[in-house]
Design a protein around this ligand. Sequence first.
Ligand code: FES
Length: 144
Amino acid sequence: VTAPETITHHVGHADDFVEGEFRIVERDGRSVGVVRVDGTYYAVLNVCPHAMAPICAGKLRGTSLPSQPGEEPQFGLQGRILVCPWHHYEFDLGRNGRAVFTDYRARVRLFAVHVDDDGQVSVEMPKRAQPAARGARVADGAAS
Ligand code: FES
């Protein structure tokens, strides 16, 4: 299997980013939220895998860690957990966007982010497949 072709999209300068706040950009017909937390950038497809909420409108925070009965509750993963605004599923951006502490297996979709020496920030996104032209199918059918 060959890797899908990607396109690099410029999304702003490092100075444009406010720590922990998503910048929403539209690129290639997709809404993507880009955020910087503690020097790490994440680019998130702005669609929750659960029911398609605009997930980048959610909060980026930490979460309660699993604990044993009787243990003090611990809070962790600060700045990595994206909480969906609709049903509050939590996704860990530091672990490939997977849902945390649940059997729910869908992930938020992440894209690679690059920052060049001048501070220009870009996101690498797979090129979208072109839908087959309907006319072509009709033409094929007519020919057979
Ligand atoms: S739409 Fe995101 S948790 Fe339901």
